[in-house]
Design a protein around this ligand. Sequence first.
Ligand SMILES: [Zn+2]
Length: 152
Amino acid sequence: MNLARRCLACGILFQPRPQIPSQQYCCNPTCQRERRRRWQREHVRNDPDYRENQARAQAGWRARNPDYWRRYRAAHPAYVERNRSAQRARNVYRRAAPVAKMDASNASNPIVTGFYVLRRALSTGVAKMNACLVHIAVLSCPDEERYPIAKR
Ligand SMILES: [Zn+2]
């Protein structure tokens, strides 16, 4: 009998099946889905043949189901709106310069509602992985007389 080991997905101790001595995930369906998801992600990342085969299979499916996404979008307006919002955010990110610039014409209201790229000031250049996309909604603006903005 094999020793119990910890599932790589849920962390719970499980008994590997005798037929699968190297089993690393328990038999919980959620963990098995996670195992397959990780396997696929790993192969898409590292196996050009697998990636090409996946792309071909997906292109074939799209050719056989040309209306699928149009119908899906028509039936799921919230999905459409979420995608639009995310695309607007990506567009903002794409336009963002590596270093934030002060907008002199907007000095009386330095922050406007919108999507912003949040990045540590110490990082240099465009570092996609080190940036967060945030949405800032301005709820009130500082009173200019009480909070005079320093002239630069
Ligand atoms: Zn598990």
